[in-house]
Design a protein. Structure first.
Length: 326
């Protein structure tokens, strides 16, 4: 089964990489060559021992930032290496300086994974959320390092798929020493796939453990910083996906007929869609300016609020409840 998996992953990478180069516009970050080279296993990194953290995207990295801070306090002498899969995640780690080193995760085939470990001696592997990378997990386990999964989740869709290859998934899960599941339902899914129930606990969603990103300044000042008047009503459409902006804009235009001081903030889930959203706004003859302060915008909004794509792992309503805005 592992051989079939490796063949499929190899072919998928060859065909999908051009799409990712286009989608993420890696050239903007000057990371085309770096990203491809690293995913193929060619790393320019100081040899040594590291605690590895695999967090695919910037959302997962934001969720575990406080966790990493505490990890560094507990193990100040340890070096932390983050493996991520998106340029936004890569840039976030560099900007926030939350780790000693960040690299693009290798393609999950033996050749690429083992090349990483020519330079890196894993002391521990921490998997974030739904990451199950067989070759990475098997390789770290062979080297005798502990493997932990934190903020672990499993969608119903993934669970149904995993049931078709239950024996293979069970072999992967056996290599994980401990699973910290978001919800009891997630914990039960891991157990149903063959994981030892004594090694799986429900710990809750780490996203809501993190520090508030908007403790100051006050709402009135934030409104001014965004260019809004003090009495403006703010309609925030957060984490929107394709086709949702048109719905939001139609609702906004209708509400504006009764609330002339209503203002709209749209924050696409994927930043690379900003140009697409701009074209939609231009088509609707709506004037706009660009901002990059989504966490702050949550605290600005007055009902109504729209939470885009939250049923498909988007931003959930609790994000707004954290700011008392639902």
């Amino acid at each position: 089964m592992l051989l079939v998996y490796n063949i499929l992953v190899g072919f998928a990478f060859v065909f999908i990489m051009p799409y990712f180069i286009w989608r993420y516009k890696l050239a903007i970050f000057d990371k085309v060559a770096v990203g491809i080279k690293q995913r193929l296993g060619f790393y320019d990194i100081e040899k040594g021992k590291y605690i590895l953290i695999h967090a695919s995207s910037v959302g997962e990295l934001k969720t575990i930032t406080m966790f990493i801070e505490k990890l560094r306090k507990i193990f100040p002498e340890k070096k932390i290496l983050i493996l991520t899969m998106t340029p936004y995640g890569y840039k976030y780690v560099l900007d926030k300086k939350i780790a000693d080193k960040v690299v693009f995760a290798p393609i999950d085939i033996p050749f690429c994974v083992e090349k990483l470990f020519l330079r890196v001696i894993p002391e521990m592997l921490i998997l974030v959320e739904s990451e199950l990378w067989p070759n990475l997990i098997f390789s770290v386990a062979r080297k005798g390092a502990k493997i932990v999964s934190i903020n672990s989740r499993m969608s119903d869709k993934s669970f149904r798929r995993y049931l078709f290859v239950k024996e293979f998934i069970a072999e992967i899960l056996k290599k994980i020493d401990f699973i910290c599941a978001r919800e009891e339902s997630d914990r039960k899914k891991f157990i149903a796939l063959g994981y030892d129930e004594k090694k799986a606990v429900k710990t809750g969603n780490m996203k809501y453990d993190k520090k508030s990103e908007v403790q100051s300044p006050k709402s009135e000042v934030r409104k001014k910083n965004f260019g809004f008047a003090e009495d403006d009503l703010i309609f925030v459409a957060g984490s929107t996906r394709e086709q949702e902006e048109e719905i939001v804009i139609n609702v906004y235009k209708k509400l504006s007929e009764d609330f002339t001081n209503l203002r709209l903030v749209i924050a696409p889930r994927y930043p690379e869609r900003c140009l697409e959203v701009e074209k939609i706004l231009q088509k609707e003859n709506i004037s706009f300016i660009r901002k990059s302060q989504l966490p702050t915008s949550y605290s600005l909004c007055s009902p109504p609020t729209e939470v885009g794509g939250y049923r498909n792992s988007g931003t959930g309503p609790i994000k707004f409840l954290m700011h008392n805005r639902l």
